[in-house]
Design a protein around this ligand. Sequence first.
Ligand code: CA
Length: 236
Amino acid sequence: MKTVPRVLVVEDEPAIAELVAVNLRHNGFQPIWAEDGEAAQRELDAVLPDVILLDWMLPGQSGLALARKWRGTARTKAIPILMLTARGDEPDKVAGLDAGADDYITKPFSTQELLARIRAVLRRRAPEQATEAVTIGELTLDAGTHRVHWRGQPVKVGPTEFKLLAHLMKHPERVHSRAQLLDKVWGDHVFIEERTVDVHVKRLREALGEAGAMVETVRGAGYRLTAQPQAALKAG
Ligand code: CA
């Protein structure tokens, strides 16, 4: 299962929205179109996107006012906002960034530029969604292809276990409490008990087989992924 980043496109001009949506879809993103601030708010109340593409000039509330509002709201404040503006002059850009936008892009823009900016804000804001491969010892996880390998052999891991492993591998040797793992891996969409973490750690270890020893329990503290587990791995 591959994670497709959701992009909320807030744009009142259907032709531009359509063009952007088509390009996003072709490049591995899931676009959601909202034609104004009200429609965008409904989308945000339902499911949080990974990034918001926000047009500056909108009917009703302006993009600037919306950026300021979403930045000031706990639920939405961490979502990267990329502003689209037809005006390229400096004061507007500064106003956009002051309002909390992460970046801006001036119309007309090329698809490649738009995609590059989206990927950049996603990388900066959400390291969990990086697409690079991580290798710890002989265990490799590729977030781009959603594959895990142990000593060159593919390992089948469920979607939640994959996210859990990705987080642990990106911060190896560090101890993560159950609460931290819930926050980073499960996010704020659902309320889950801490023992759920234990269940998924158990499943992850089972899926990893021999490499499961790399996921260590730190008594009274949580879990950590280590290249040198206490329970030694057999030489491969
Ligand atoms: Ca517009």
